[in-house]
Design a protein around this ligand. Sequence first.
Ligand SMILES: Nc1nc2c(c(=O)[nH]1)N[C@H]1C(S)=C(S)[C@@H](COP(=O)(O)O)O[C@H]1N2
Ligand SMILES: [Mo]
Length: 559
Amino acid sequence: MLEVVKSSRHKDGADDDGAGLDPRAVSSVWQQAVQRAEGGWAAVSGVVSAVGGVAAGELLAGFASPSLSPLTAVGGAVIDAVPPGVKDWAISIFGTADKAALLAGMALVIAALAALAGVLEYRRRFSGVAVMVIFGLAGTAAVLTRSQMTPTALALPLLAAVVAVVLLRFLVGMLQAWDEAAASHAAAGPPAAGETTHDPASARSRRSFLQSLAVTGILSGVGGVLAGIWRGATSAVSEARARTTLPTPASPAPPVPAAAEAGAAGTPPLVTPNRDFYRIDTALSVPAVNPDTWVLKVTGMVAREVQLSFADLLAKPLTERHITIACVSNDVGGDLIGNARWLGWPVRELLAQAGPAPGADMVLSRSADGWTAGTPLDVLTDNRDALLAVGMNGEPLPIEHGFPVRLVVPGLYGYVSATKWVTELKVTRFADDAGYWTPRGWSERGPIKASSRIDVPRSGRPVSAGTVVFAGVAWAQHTGIQKVELRINRGPWREAELAEGISLDTWYQWKLAVDLTPGQYEVQVRATDLKGQPQDETARPPAPDGATGFHTVRVDVKS
Ligand SMILES: Nc1nc2c(c(=O)[nH]1)N[C@H]1C(S)=C(S)[C@@H](COP(=O)(O)O)O[C@H]1N2
Ligand SMILES: [Mo]
């Protein structure tokens, strides 16, 4: 299409048959005026495209994880790259607004380059596209220098560039169509003095371009504003989290006994680090809950409604415990389970203040994003350590894991108990209310099923003949594990060495050394809880109330 435009522009009235005084001169002045105006529109198109691209990247980052923002990565790389003298100068000028100044500076540079890209693209197809692509690559290079580098983080700046390129091609294409129409009109002769131009084709394409520009501009602007709001909210919450100091527990977690480590190489750590802890929720973007305005309300069938602020909660005598939580979607042998040291206030204390009414049998906990879980009232009021948790492994809860406050209930799957970003506890009845997953085909009640997992050797990995160490974990939260057994090729069950539990509410490590000659083996594990109940051997999928069956690995023993 550009070729057509160019040839009509460069025809320059050559086939003009001479209406007016000096048709060639007037025609070329007229065309220059049009081209100058369109150069301006090309620059605007470039800026709008870049805003659209950056907004798309930031919004996607917002949805995926707060740490993925391409702008943050570029800003971080810029901060690292500038010499200390410049940094000191910036801080002396802008003070604590230095981050805002940096972002404003980045916005100006991006806008200038984007305007240039628009003009270039208008003059020569793909030259502006090249500028946008180089920009995307620079963003990816910036991410490479960051510690949060992940494939998604690397892809986001490129994705932003792709969006910008598509918008730029679209807008410049429309602009050139206008240009083409105007040029062919101008070739037909300039308007006489006092005469208004009347060129339906040119007016039409002008209108289409301006409409496209307006729509794209509004969408990009709205995207940019949303991304900005989200960014402001999450960075405010990250800062609030960084400022939070957790009180020392009134009831500290008993120290992890040395004998809780089975001591086999290659098994996951007994206490799961926060960054490796599985994350499951329905939140498209992580809720940004400001602890300064957070309140928890206890409502429903209670003698008195209670409200609790974050400061109130931190002032309570807190309990710290190791608790292993698990997802109902965890397949047999899966990794949607983790063990952390949680700090919080026992939920039963809060419920006691509210005074549940007779007849109530459920607590519907609600998250800031509307998600709900229905937990049996008796589980929250018995003597187990069901916590309104504020700390995870010695830190404030990570934002993804429910900052500022979540529930952690020993013995129940997360979907009926572990509400993150919790804002309300409604005391109610199973007959009257249901948690988020219950109408979606999952059971009303979700006690964790006893299960066990083989972590080493990994299924399908060759091992050498001789002594082979099998090891893994077993759990039956709030009941505890009595024994773990292994069987090879469906032979007799052999009892494994069971490490000491941290508590009944955590998983237990186990190991067993077996002498194996070369060959293929099928190895299965079985746990028995402290009530003497062996785990369910029937193979069942996670829905509707948790998978069962024996974790089975195939081991290839080489000579
Ligand atoms: N607000 C909210 N809380 C939630 C969920 C959710 O979707 N939204 N999912 C639950 C489920 S199904 C599980 S298994 C646990 C997982 O907690 P984690 O992500 O900290 O491991 O959170 C629970 N709490
Ligand atoms: Mo879950």
